[in-house]
Design a protein around this ligand. Structure first.
Ligand SMILES: C[S@@+](CC[C@H](N)C(=O)[O-])C[C@H]1O[C@@H](n2cnc3c(N)ncnc32)[C@H](O)[C@@H]1O
Length: 558
């Protein structure tokens, strides 16, 4: 019999965990320490959350990919699906705080607990300290879940631990575990890590990021806390209508609101966006507004203006512009770029080395007519297709196709520290040691892109991380390595496509970056720095987007 085909009891028995049944085979007997006997089985929304958490901790799965399947499998209605989502994401985001609480309530180090038991404790702690679930319901339901899914023994432990958790409310736990200085209100990084449930190294990195991206030093801690809070808030679903293909009107009629920042965008707060008209067809896409803006800004920069005597981008006026998305998977920006390319009479090559992600790019692009699939390698080489896909290492493209493209997007693999609100588990997975290999890869991809860019062509470097090593320092370095590259007024182009960024009073510019990294005011940083050149950093707490970074460059000379 397959593992899946076995009943829960059989599996549990194989693991040596048995229910505390009466010898007669009659109804179960519960020990004196067992909690309420009212509920015997796990309720489906908590079960969906538990299954997601165990997949995350056991298989390194991504919660946002697993949870929809569990919601569907348990046939949760909209309300229960909302509960399961809040429970799952809240328990994952809040893990730093909940583990600090649990560590004081468990008689051994948390890493000595069975993973599923710890997952269940986190779910219980989130219900008790982060949701408005009455204590008795949180306790009863979590213990029932553990009894049903893990066994009677662990359910006793979970009952005892969660009872200790209920001894204080959230504020009292925070005061005990993460005190702030009574006079100044200041908290150490260790206290901030518990209060805002982020690893300390990420807290330090984000503080450094605010400084390096020119945010005011006055009120830095308050701004850092606002950023950390924004990471912990459930993001509103952002939608984009593919230009020339998607119709936003039916989506607005179905309850979405017009997006305040990006053209052709909407916000949806009412549950499963998959049911909105156009989403299944792919002409309406779920995409963070920051991502939308970077793709639109790249498409908005005029190409040309190479140095005198140098052949310009699209020198042949009749040749369609060639665009390249060097790191395209899973295809969010590629879809928007392909639709924009189609409108502007250009073609797009979307490159992605991971085969399964190249397939995702293909799916994302399917709504844009005139493309060539991954399988159709011969067609893919035909640059007259509106879009085509290359499945390969972007670092090779520069030598394979030198000076071939008018516009290139390098949406580089990065730590993702700017998208923590969307990927609730990622803050616990990422390590400072990830930074070295990622920045080296970013550097190599940038070099390849510069080689693949035509003189006069435009390069957009984007990360969903504000970390200085992945952003402003990369910009400084690429300008040093490539004197023929000029930094453009990135903020100017972003505000051209999104004028509301100006009105927000928080233009994402780096002009006054106190790192002096690459701003126009720090002329001389690189021989390639334009007098008005700057980079842009969007922020969740200011712009309600992911913390997307963008730098736009032009290749003035080869
Ligand atoms: C930040 S994601 C890109 C997101 C994508 N642009 C979107 O909007 O959906 C970075 C991508 O780069 C890919 N990647 C990793 N190594 C690469 C390489 N050597 N060349 C090109 N792409 C690479 C990753 O597989 C990943 O899909």
């Amino acid at each position: 019999m397959s593992e899946q085909g076995k009943s829960r009891n059989e599996r549990r028995n194989e693991q040596g965990r048995t229910r505390n049944r009466g010898t007669s085979g009659g109804p179960r007997q519960y020990s004196a320490s067992a909690p309420s006997q009212r509920r015997r089985s796990a309720d489906p929304s908590r079960l969906a959350a538990f299954e997601t958490l165990t997949a995350v901790s056991r298989d390194d799965a991504y919660a946002n990919l697993v949870l929809p399947g569990r919601i569907a499998a348990h046939r949760l209605d909209k309300r229960d699906a909302g509960f399961a989502t809040e429970l799952t994401y809240g328990a994952l985001r809040g893990q730093g705080f909940y583990d600090a609480v649990l560590a004081t309530c468990v008689d051994r180090p948390l890493d000595q607990l069975d993973r599923p038991v710890l997952d269940a404790l986190r779910l219980g702690a989130h219900q008790l300290l982060g949701m408005r679930v009455p204590s008795h319901a949180a306790l009863d339901s979590t213990v029932s879940l553990v009894r049903d899914q893990i066994g009677a023994g662990p359910s006793g432990l979970v009952n005892a631990v969660l009872r200790k958790v209920t001894a204080q409310d959230r504020e009292a736990w925070l005061d005990q575990l993460a005190p702030v200085d009574e006079q100044t209100g200041a908290a150490s990084d260790a206290a901030l890590a518990i209060r805002h449930s982020h690893p300390q190294w990420i807290i330090r990195a984000l503080r450094q990021s605010l400084a390096n991206h020119g945010r005011p030093s006055e009120g830095r801690t308050a701004e850092l806390e606002a950023l950390l809070d924004a990471d912990n808030a459930a993001p509103v679903v952002n939608l984009v209508a593919l230009p020339g293909l998607g119709d936003l009107q039916p989506v607005l009629e179905a309850g979405a609101e017009p997006g305040p920042l990006a053209p052709g965008s909407a916000l949806y707060r009412d549950g499963d966006a998959g049911r909105l008209p156009g989403v299944k067809e792919g002409t309406i896409r779920v995409q963070d507004v920051g991502s939308q803006l970077t793709a639109r800004a790249l498409a908005a920069v005029p190409v040309g203006r190479a140095a005198p005597g140098v052949r310009e981008a699209s020198g042949d006026l009749h040749a369609p512009e060639r665009w390249l998305d060097l790191c395209a998977g899973p295809g969010g920006k590629a879809a928007l770029l392909a639709a924009l390319a189609r409108e502007q009479g250009a073609t797009l090559l979307a490159n992605e080395p991971a085969e399964h992600r190249a397939r995702l790019v293909e799916n994302a692009l399917a709504a844009v007519p005139g493309g060539a699939s991954v399988a159709d390698a011969a067609d893919a080489a035909d640059s007259t297709n509106t879009w085509s896909i290359r499945c390969g290492d972007g670092r090779d493209l520069g030598t394979e196709q030198p000076e071939a493209f008018d516009r290139i997007l390098v949406d580089a693999p990065c730590t993702g520290l700017g998208a923590l609100r969307r990927r609730p588990e990622s803050r616990w997975r990422r390590q400072p040691s990830d930074l070295g290999p990622l920045t080296e890869l970013q550097r190599q991809l940038l070099d390849s892109a510069v080689e693949a860019l035509k003189p006069g062509g435009v390069l957009g470097y984007v990360t969903c991380s504000p970390h200085p090593a992945e952003t402003v320092f990369q910009v400084q370095d690429v300008l040093k390595r490539h004197p023929g590259l000029e930094l453009l007024d990135t903020t100017g182009y972003l505000t051209t496509v999104a004028p509301a960024l100006k009105d927000a009073g928080s233009e994402p510019t780096e002009r006054s970056a106190d790192s002096g990294a690459n701003s126009g005011s720090s002329s001389g940083t690189s021989s390639g720095t334009d007098a008005t050149g700057n980079t842009s950093q969007l922020w969740p707490h200011l712009h309600a987007t992911d913390a997307m970074f963008m730098a736009l460059f032009r290749k003035v000379e080869s």
